[in-house]
Design a protein around this ligand. Structure first.
Ligand code: URA
Ligand code: URA
Length: 197
């Protein structure tokens, strides 16, 4: 598994398939352990990720780490983290369809090689890429989607859409029913399933 991942990572490092190759500082391929149980797919690298070449290292990433830590999970032991796009879109704009299409090769390979049992789709961009038009994240977060629901081959993974941590950073309330409260419900369900499988 590691050798195959290294090969695709090396290929990705040379990638010039879309114009983001010209503006990136670093490719942001993955972080965490290649754990066949749990993968998280985010949107695209931001400023800090582009600088460091690692996903989810800025404010949103730090919040993500705290969310995992709250249920005893960590990227060092339990989760493989990657993004829909491996390069930063200028000014953090949303990924364009042609960028997602060009970059799909790499995410496809990551899923195929690791074959995770569970995939967390973090935010609307990741949901769109894997599940297609299934509605906004507010309506579908916290629900498990069976592998047949994906518009791509997820190799048997069950998927759960979850809020993006950037969204949680913009919505500070912890009241019952707030995005942070809902995320707490979701991460507990994810941990239950992680322990069960
Ligand atoms: N947001 C994402 O979706 N991915 C990152 O890697 C960082 C911020
Ligand atoms: N909109 C998004 O794109 N992501 C979220 O997590 C919530 C709202």
């Amino acid at each position: 598994m590691y050798e195959e991942l290294t090969q695709i990572h090396e290929k990705c490092l040379q990638c010039e398939k879309c114009p983001l190759a010209k503006t990136r500082t670093n490719i942001v391929f993955s972080d965490g352990v290649a754990n066949p149980k749990l993968m998280l797919i985010g949107e695209a690298p931001g400023f800090n990720e582009d600088k460091q070449g690692k996903p989810f290292v800025g404010k949103a990433g730090q919040l993500l780490d705290r969310i995992f830590a709250a249920v005893g999970l960590s990227r060092e032991k339990d989760v493989y983290i990657c993004n829909t796009l491996k390069c930063r879109p200028p000014d953090n704009r949303n990924p364009l369809p042609e960028e997602k299409e060009a970059c799909w090769e790499y995410l496809k390979a990551q899923i195929e090689i690791i074959q995770p049992k569970l995939i967390l789709l973090c935010g609307n961009v990741a949901v769109q890429s894997i599940l297609g038009n299934v509605g906004g994240i507010t309506r579908i977060r916290g629900k498990w989607f069976e592998p047949e629901k994906a518009i791509v081959n997820v190799h048997g993974a069950r998927m759960m859409p979850i809020f993006h941590p950037s969204y949680l950073l913009r919505n500070d309330s912890r009241e019952k029913g707030s995005p942070k409260w809902l995320m707490w419900q979701d991460i507990q369900e994810i941990k239950r399933e992680y322990d069960r499988i």
